[in-house]
Design a protein around this ligand. Structure first.
Ligand code: GLU
Length: 426
């Protein structure tokens, strides 16, 4: 049975790269009917913190990467590491240096068969002996990792390319302990737009950041799955179930995967579109925590369901409805308000709209169409300035729906403000 693990060190929030590692392990376990284990590698007690550990766990849950065993904590397993180090001491394969226990790396060449990279040959004559237990009594990473992978009966180690240089050391330890190593699959690094490994220079790098930027867990799972893997049929928009069905280690690429925010945003928009209105309302309310009632929010969400690509964009639109002080986009003002006759047109529009009762989309539209005919102008001459006057922007959902949802009071107030500002007067 396939047994894989995700083994984060809680020295920071869940990074995009680590989330991808967690995801590929999870996908492999789920596609093979295997077991996915969460192990917290918290032996670096100076750099580890509970805040990061809890953050990682919360983000894994949010992404839907449920684990079957764990979380296990390395800090609770020092006895096991000590016992194993002593076993190697007794076998004469390790030696003491003060309080520290050091493993004698045999001077041989090791061949690693990597499921992504194929055969990798590494020369252990070139590397130093390996610290197993540090003088402070804590285990070193490579050692704790091997002891745990053995005890947890890990069959496949799926992790980033940056760990290839640890693999020969770990394989030497397996040999010394007389245990067959697991299979290894090293995934290509995620690169920023500058082709360097994704780092803080790039901007947002943690799942927490993307969550705050209004991305959906389904979209991140979908997008991250495509960083270094592809289903082979050019399909990009997929749900987790479909990805699980198509996932295989064989289709992991050898070369770096470039992180592309535009593509993530596109995929996020597609997942938003796939939501039912109920699901979208729920996601929107969870994110925005609006003070309005659900019925109103539902109407609002319906208007923007097909128009936004992130929940932050939805929140911005929501802000326009709630605001008492609309922010006017300079270009939109220049293009649609600072034109001849706009002020006159908006003044009559204001008068007419004030009389519309009830203030419904149909009634507003009827009145506006009549006015257009009366004034002998084009619909666009009324609709564009009206939209900018009430929303501050040149694009929105259908203007009559927007007006109806805003309500008469707000619409009249906003029109008065724009008219008072004297746009369009020479
Ligand atoms: N704690 C290590 C890391 O976060 C895990 C490496 C491994 O998967 O073996 O990079």
């Amino acid at each position: 049975m396939v047994r894989v693990r995700f083994a984060p060190s809680p020295t920071g929030y869940l990074h995009i790269g680590s989330a991808r590692t967690a995801l590929f392990n999870w996908l492999y376990a789920r596609s093979q009917g295997g077991v996915f284990i969460l192990r917290i590698e918290d032996t670096d007690q100076k750099r580890s913190s509970d805040v990061f550990m809890e953050g990682i766990i919360a983000d894994m849950k949010w992404l839907g990467l449920n684990w079957d065993e764990g979380p296990f904590f390395q800090t609770k397993r020092f006895d096991a590491y000590r016992a194993c180090a002593h076993e190697l001491l007794e076998k004469g394969l390790a030696y003491k240096d003060g309080e520290a226990i050091i493993f004698k790396i045999p001077d041989v060449k090791v061949k690693i068969h990597d499921l992504v990279h194929g055969e990798i040959e590494m020369d252990n004559t070139l590397i130093d002996d390996l610290v197993l237990m540090k003088s402070d009594g804590s285990p070193a990473y490579n050692f704790a990792c091997v002891v745990d992978d053995i005890e947890m009966q890990i069959t496949h180690v799926i992790r980033g390319d940056d760990h290839i240089s640890n693999t020969n050391k770990q394989v030497a330890l397996y040999d010394a302990l007389g245990i067959r190593p697991p299979k290894f699959a090293h995934m290509p690094l995620i690169l920023g737009p500058d082709k360097a490994p994704l780092s803080k220079r790039f901007g947002a790098v943690s799942i927490t950041d993307y969550r705050a930027m209004g991305y959906l867990p389904q979209a991140l799972v979908n997008y991250l799955s495509l960083l270094g893997w592809s289903p082979g049929d050019n399909k990009e928009f997929m749900g987790a179930e479909e990805i699980i069905k198509k996932f295989s280690l064989k289709r992991i690429n050898k070369t770096g995967a470039e992180f592309n925010l535009d593509k993530l945003r596109w995929i996020n928009g597609e997942h938003i579109r796939k939501f039912t209105l109920d699901e979208f309302v729920k996601a929107g309310m969870d994110f925005i925590k609006p003070e309005c009632g659900e019925a109103w929010f539902r109407k609002f969400a319906g208007l923007y369901h097909s128009r936004v690509k992130t929940l932050v964009e939805l929140k911005e639109e929501f802000g326009i409805f709630m605001s008492d002080d609309v922010r006017y986009n300079d270009d939109a003002v220049e293009k649609f308000l600072k034109k001849d006759k706009v002020s006159d047109i908006l003044s009559v529009t204001r008068e007419r709209l004030e009389k519309v009762d009830p203030f419904t989309q149909e009634n507003i539209e009827k009145e506006a169409r009549a006015l257009v005919a009366e004034l002998k102008i084009e619909s666009a001459d009324l609709i564009h300035p009206l939209r900018v006057a009430v929303t501050g922007k040149a694009v929105s959902a259908g203007v009559f729906e927007v007006l109806a949802l805003l309500g008469k009071d707000k619409v009249i107030k906003r029109l008065e403000k724009v008219i008072g500002a004297g746009y369009g007067r020479k």
